[in-house]
Design a protein around this ligand. Structure first.
Ligand SMILES: NC(=O)c1ccc[n+]([C@@H]2O[C@H](COP(=O)([O-])OP(=O)(O)OC[C@H]3O[C@@H](n4cnc5c(N)ncnc54)[C@H](O)[C@@H]3O)[C@@H](O)[C@H]2O)c1
Length: 456
C-alpha cells in the first residue's frame, strides 16, 4: 500500500478545521494542509491561538501542539493540490437559493469549483474524498468532471461523511461511533478505501471503520441527520401537548427514553434545532425523494422541518401573548445566540428567528451569549430579514448577563449554555422591570424551584 505523506483539505470551516486538527494529532508522520479561498479565515487560523475562527472545546490545545509541525493553514491552494496524495473536500453545501431545486436541493457549486480546480492543477494520481454532506450520486458528477477535464491523471473518489457534532467535535473525532468510507467496487477503488481506512486505524478500532458502496455512504449521512432531527421534532411536538394538558415534557421524555429500544439521547425539548446541517440536509432529502417520484416519502420528512418552524413560532408567540401584540418600548433579553452550547456557530439558530419576530413588532432586544458579538448578530439579522434596515438598531449585544436584563420585561433562554444554570436568577428577576417574565426554551432551569419560570 502506498505510503501517504501529504494530505490537503479544501475548506477550513467547522468540519475542515477540527477534523484535520485531530488527523494531525493522531498521524504525526503525515503533513496536513488546510486551504480556503477565504484569506481572512486562513490568517486567523494562523494567528492568535485565543482568536481562532471556530470555538470548539479542546480545539486550541490541539492547534497549539500541531500547528507548524504537521498541520499547516495556507492560501496557496494550487501548491497544496500538487503536493498531496489525498484531498478532502470539506466546503459548504448550502440549500439552493434560485432556479431548479430552490429552497430544497443542495447547492453543489462549491464542490464543483473544487473538482474543476483540482482537475486543472493536478499532475499526479489523487484520492479525492467527499467530506462535505452531499446528495446521492455526487461522486458520479465529480467523476465526470475529472474524466472530462484531466484524463491523464487517475482520480479515485471516496465518500467519507463527517458525523461530528459542533460543541463536542474534538471528542467525536477522537472517539467516533463509526467511520464510514464509501468507494467504487473496482480494484483501484478498493485500494483507495483501504488507504483511507488504514489512516483512520491509527486511532479508530477496525470494527468501527465501515466500508460501503459510494451511494450507501452518501445517503447514510443525510439519513443520519434526518433521523436525529426527527427525534427533536418528535419530542418538541409532545412539548406542545404538554403545554396544553399539564403533562411535564421532562417527565415524559425521561419515561420514554428509559425504554432501551428508544434510548435517552436527542429527547431534550427545545426551541427547535438550528445549525447549518439538519434543516438543509432534510430539505435535500425531501428534494431527492421528489426527484425519484416518492412524494409521500418527501412529505414525511418535510414535516420534520415544518414542526421545527412551528416550535420557533410557538416560543415567540408565547412572549407576544404575555406582553401584548405591540412590543414598542419593551425590552426583551435573549440568553443564547449560537444554535447550541459550546459553539460560536449561529447558522439557522432559533434565536435569529425569535429575535426578528419580536423586532418586527417593535421590541428592543438585548442579547447575551458567551461566544457571540454584535457583528455576528447583525450579519445574521441581515441574512434572514428583508426588513433589516428598520430593525438592526434595535438589537444590542451586552457581554454581561446581569447588565443585559436591565429594564427587561422578559428573558428568553434559547441556548443551553451551562453558565446560564448557575446564574443568580433571583437577582436577575430583581433587576428586570414590570412583568418579570422568564421563558426557558431549553428546560435548563427545571431544578430552580423558587423561581416562577415559564416553559415552552
Ligand atoms: N458544521 C457541521 O457540524 C457539519 C458536520 C458534518 C458535516 N458537515 C458538512 O460539511 C460541509 C462543510 O460544513 P462546514 O460547517 O465546515 O462549512 P463552513 O462554511 O464552516 O466551511 C466551508 C469552508 O469552505 C470554504 N470554501 C468554499 N468553497 C471553496 C473553494 N472553492 N475553495 C476553497 N475554499 C472554499 C469556505 O470559504 C468556508 O470557509 C457541509 O457540506 C456540511 O453539511 C457539517
Amino acid at each position: 500500500m502506498k505510503t501517504i505523506k501529504n494530505i490537503t483539505c479544501i475548506g477550513a470551516g467547522y468540519v475542515g478545521g477540527p477534523s484535520m486538527s485531530v488527523f494531525a494529532e493522531k498521524c504525526p508522520n503525515i503533513n496536513f494542509t488546510l486551504v480556503d479561498k477565504n484569506e481572512e479565515k486562513i490568517n486567523s487560523w494562523n494567528g492568535n491561538i485565543d482568536n481562532l475562527p471556530i470555538y470548539e472545546p479542546g480545539l486550541k490545545e490541539i492547534i497549539k501542539k500541531t500547528r507548524g509541525k504537521n498541520l499547516f493553514f495556507s492560501n496557496d491552494i494550487d501548491n497544496a493540490i500538487i503536493n498531496s496524495d489525498i484531498i478532502f473536500i470539506a466546503v459548504n453545501t448550502p440549500t439552493i437559493k434560485e432556479g431548479p431545486g430552490a429552497g430544497f436541493g443542495a447547492d453543489l457549486k462549491y464542490i464543483i469549483n473544487c473538482a474543476e480546480h483540482i482537475a486543472k492543477i493536478a499532475k499526479s494520481d489523487k484520492i479525492i474524498v467527499e467530506k462535505s454532506t452531499v446528495p446521492i450520486k455526487t461522486a458520479e458528477k465529480l467523476e465526470q468532471i475529472f474524466s472530462k477535464k484531466n484524463s491523464s491523471v487517475n482520480f479515485e473518489i471516496l465518500s467519507n461523511p463527517e458525523f461530528l457534532a459542533e460543541g463536542t467535535a474534538i471528542e467525536d473525532l477522537r472517539n467516533p461511533d463509526r467511520v464510514l468510507i464509501g468507494g467504487n467496487k473496482s480494484a483501484s477503488g478498493q485500494n483507495a478505501v483501504n488507504i483511507l481506512a488504514d489512516i483512520y486505524s491509527k486511532w479508530v478500532s477496525k470494527e468501527k471503520i465501515i466500508t460501503t458502496n459510494l451511494w450507501s455512504s452518501e445517503l447514510s449521512k443525510l439519513a443520519s441527520n434526518a433521523m436525529l432531527a426527527q427525534r427533536i421534532s418528535s419530542i418538541n411536538s409532545l412539548s406542545a401537548i404538554c403545554d396544553k394538558s399539564g403533562a411535564d415534557i421532562k417527565e415524559v421524555s425521561k419515561a420514554i427514553g428509559l425504554d432501551h429500544r428508544i434510548g435517552k439521547y436527542f429527547l431534550n425539548p427545545s426551541v427547535g434545532f438550528g445549525g447549518s446541517c439538519f434543516q438543509k440536509d432534510i430539505l435535500n432529502l425531501v428534494y431527492l425523494c421528489k426527484t425519484y417520484g416518492l412524494d409521500e416519502v418527501a412529505e414525511y420528512w418535510h414535516q420534520v422541518v415544518k414542526m421545527n418552524n412551528y416550535q420557533k413560532s410557538r416560543f415567540s408567540n408565547k412572549i407576544i401573548q404575555k406582553l401584548g401584540q405591540d412590543l414598542n418600548n419593551k425590552i426583551i433579553t435573549l440568553f443564547g445566540w449560537s444554535f447550541k452550547k459550546d459553539t460560536n456557530d449561529s447558522r439557522e439558530s432559533a434565536s435569529i428567528f425569535v429575535a426578528i419576530n419580536l423586532l418586527n413588532r417593535g421590541a428592543k432586544i438585548n442579547v447575551y451569549d458567551p461566544q457571540t458579538s454584535i457583528e455576528i448578530i447583525q450579519s445574521d439579522i441581515k441574512e434572514y430579514s428583508s426588513n433589516y434596515s428598520n430593525i438592526l438598531d434595535s438589537i444590542k449585544y451586552i457581554n454581561d448577563p446581569y447588565k443585559a436584563v436591565i429594564g427587561s420585561s422578559c428573558v428568553g433562554i434559547l441556548t443551553e449554555w451551562d453558565e446560564f444554570i448557575s446564574l443568580n436568577w433571583k437577582e436577575i428577576k430583581r433587576i428586570m422591570i414590570d412583568e418579570k417574565f422568564i421563558i426557558d426554551g431549553r428546560y435548563i432551569l427545571k431544578n430552580i424551584e423558587e423561581e416562577k419560570i415559564t416553559y415552552l
